[in-house]
Design a protein around this ligand. Sequence first.
Ligand code: SAH
Ligand code: MG
Length: 198
Amino acid sequence: MNYSISDIREIKQYAIDNNIPIMQDEGIEFLTNFIIKKQSKNILEIGTAIGYSAIMMCLTGDDVHVTTIERDEVRYMEALKNIKKLNLEDRITLIFNDALNVNLDDTYDLIFIDAAKGKNQEFFEHFETNLTGDGYILTDNMYFHGYVEMNEEELPSKNIAGIVRKIKEYTYFLENHMQYKTTIYRVGDGVAVTERRG
Ligand code: SAH
Ligand code: MG
């Protein structure tokens, strides 16, 4: 493939230097292996940040296309730059907007939710009509840096407690959904894999 490992390393370093919460190696490995195993070709991502996970997903195969949405302008600009640097402009469609304002006509065989952690259910319900019949919705950060498994009084702030509550509600929503079944994997920061019931 036509990219250099040092470009990827630079993107990861930028994320560290600028405190951008990109997927860690274990999570990205799980995600890319999942895409290869399921042969997902048309992917939608909510939460681009600087394009790291979009690029890694795209690099799983020459025929993979990723549409990815980011609402922060600085990160969007950086993602644009990174996607150009890797010559992936024609395989990654980058949308600058709040995902909840974006309406798409296309269907995707994998939807990856990795944006505002308190809004997972809203993203899910907004985009589920864009999922193919046998597609998968993956949601990152289901353990939210371990906070989800702590007692409420151990949490460092009200803000974090609020997000934890939302993630727990989302977990309940997924696990009790009539149309979908979900498995939450203990990899990286916790990845939920959801598919339609057969
Ligand atoms: N998937 C990326 C990391 C994403 S970090 C990677 O692993 O490389 C989460 C991003 O989601 C942030 O950049 C944040 O600005 C963005 N975000 C949060 N809420 C959003 C929304 N409603 N619409 C679009 N982007 C959103
Ligand atoms: Mg994440």
